[in-house]
Write a protein that binds this ligand. Sequence first.
Ligand code: ATP
Ligand code: MG
Length: 321
Amino acid sequence: MSASLAVRDLSVRYQTPRGEVHALRHVDLDAEPGQVIGIVGESGCGKSTFVSALANLLPPNAMVEGAIGYGGTDLVGLDPCRRRMLQGNEIALVSQDPMTAFNPVLTVGDQLVDFQHHRSDLGRAEKRRRIAAMLERVGISDPERRMNSYPHELSGGMRQRVAIAAALLTDPGLLIADEPTTALDVTMEAQIVHLLAELRREYNGIIVLVSHHLGVIAELCDRVYVMYGGEVLEAGDVEEIFDRPRHPYTRALLACDPARFDERLERLPTIPGAPPNLIDPPPGCSFAARCSRVFAPCHTTHPAAKVLPTGHVARCHAVVL
Ligand code: ATP
Ligand code: MG
């Protein structure tokens, strides 16, 4: 099934002995089948929390509020059993470390047969044929031999390909990749990016891609969400974000990107300061303490999301419509 995604006012709090961590705050997101959505932001800003909420993979100490509309159904409001069934079949997440997705004592083939448990219409032989075709699709040569391998016998890049194949075998309408290349070396990263670029052309569901790598986001995504302190501070079409960023945080992130690094500068610029403490988030703008354009209201008043005529959204007092 390909369905649209409409996230409304989504918040996640983690209960911890030190207090509640407000890891995701009032996030809205819209996506249509065929779109690739990019999520960027510094470490700890809530990217994994957000995509784990979409995939129903949050740990038990997480509390979720708001709505995740998928094909017109609010997943957050569903009873847990229906939610698990729907999300299990429709939403697949590929994580940074593909090893966590696999059982070390089962062969790749046996595990991938299990990934198709929803296809009760197919026999085991047919499932294995589908697996071989999918492994070939993600660039694994000699799929029959690989199906008899154990996960530890594959290289990191190959494991990530198998993880992507496993995700696609469930025929998801929403495919999420959370930093799929972070654990890989540069050559492997380029190969996985190439694979995602190919998938992008033929897959008709929604892809959500989380990456630190702005070049990868610019190459693969249609729309980009820039997160900071658990919030979306800016969202817009990919050209808008990279060519006409409106939020000072997005501008600062782009200035720190190694690909855009000005060789005349001796050191890569970094944004001075540290992200806010999410146990006690600041009352005003999350980025105020580090912002070069800060003025009085930024410290006291939480900025509303301003929607520009281009559909570009920025949560900043300094942005004028
Ligand atoms: P990274 O780029 O490092 O992967 P991220 O943007 O994915 O970071 P999250 O992992 O979503 O960030 O974390 C957001 C905040 O929630 C952080 O402050 C983190 O410490 C906190 N956090 C994440 N998981 C838990 C948990 N299970 N219990 C308590 N706090 C958590
Ligand atoms: Mg993360």
